[in-house]
Design a protein around this ligand. Sequence first.
Ligand code: DSN
Length: 482
Amino acid sequence: MTTPSTPNAESAAFRTALEVIRGVEPRIADAIGAELHDQRESLKLIASENYASPAVLLAMGNWFSDKYAEGTIGHRFYAGCRNVDTVEALAAEHARELFGARHAYVQPHSGIDANLVAFWSVLAARVERPALERAAARQVNDLDEADWEALRKELGNQRMLGMSLDAGGHLTHGFRPNISGKMFHQRSYGTDAETGLLDYDALRATAREFRPLIIIAGYSAYPRLINFRVMREIADEVGATLMVDMAHFAGLVAGKVFTGDHDPVPHAQIVTTTTHKSLRGPRGGMVLCDDSLAEQVDRGCPMVLGGPLPHVMAAKAVALAEARQPTFADYAQRIVDNARALAEGLQRRGARLVTGGTDNHLVLLDVSGYGLTGRQAEAALLDAGIVTNRNAIPRDPNGAWYTSGIRLGTPALTTRGLDPAGLDEVAELIDTVLSQTSPGTTKSGKPSKASYAVADGVAKRVAERAADLLAGHPLYPEVDLG
Ligand code: DSN
């Protein structure tokens, strides 16, 4: 952690906070302490998780939580917002400077919220205002499928082109279980069947035929670079807006690991992100955009957001200030170096990776080579103290529930200070568990996609080795709860 502090200031701060909480509800103080313990003990490879600095965590626990501040800086629907204005302006300034963006809106509470703000902004910039206002006035809960169809027509029958879920896209990129799939007719682009890489020619052909309003780029499980210059060319050719959801790789953009064609900010009209993944901030979202969409984006609250969370905006400002320090670029580079070491370590031991490697912070391991489903592999690894999540792979025969993949990411372990040699050892531990796990059978004797058995003693031995590895890289070493 890079935040300057006096020795033991963090320990004193968290101990005091827990003491105060304990005076009201001791079970919550215990749960907070237990969570720190669990996080310290687990070998966390969830690609979307990280550890925020003590300064970021502390910035959230204060009286800014008590303030309503609907509206924008200097233009609020509540009195007494001058300190919230300071916080929001600083967070937005850090975001603009860090990412080289014309405009930053730091109010979204999450990535889904940030994407909703972006969708409505693009619609509002294109659609006749009365139609939009009529649509916004309707009661969403009362709408059935025919109503949604009528609403889409009223909004101009809009279309969205996004990466397919099994290629690594995200639910909010136009899929039915999410409101984006109700607001838009969705079509997907995928990856090449041979290489697993994004197929720009196929994408261009689909865009020409489908003529979407929005082309959305970004992913939660694609391990490679995206060329945003080419994406913008395709969008311009069909008159679409290019929107990039950089939630997963915002830290790599901030740390200048992704530059030129791989930095979305100069190429997309609108960019959304979360702030808690590779960016290492508080849980929350953010929108960056060019001047053409700034006015609409600033209407995010109350159009689709509840009141801003000033305490979280304060923590965003702190995290963004941290990300502007030179050490963050080093951190971002180490995330990628570590992911590459993990990928190479797995491949050297015979594992199959989707796309054959990684350019970013994540690795998608095809566990069918071990004779397992993703669900079995995820559970077996957890038994050995290794926390991952199962994930579909392109054209996955096991679907989105059981899956054939495991997604692994390095932002969290990099924050703990692990290096490529450490990630090679992690590869060894993963391979040891998976190669000694067998699929179980159902009660009727058929192969099960869920049950499994790890060979005797393996989970325990691996858990001990994982604990040894983590002991050399303590989490929050500056925090001693006593
Ligand atoms: N839940 C996040 C992830 O794991 O990628 C995205 O929403």
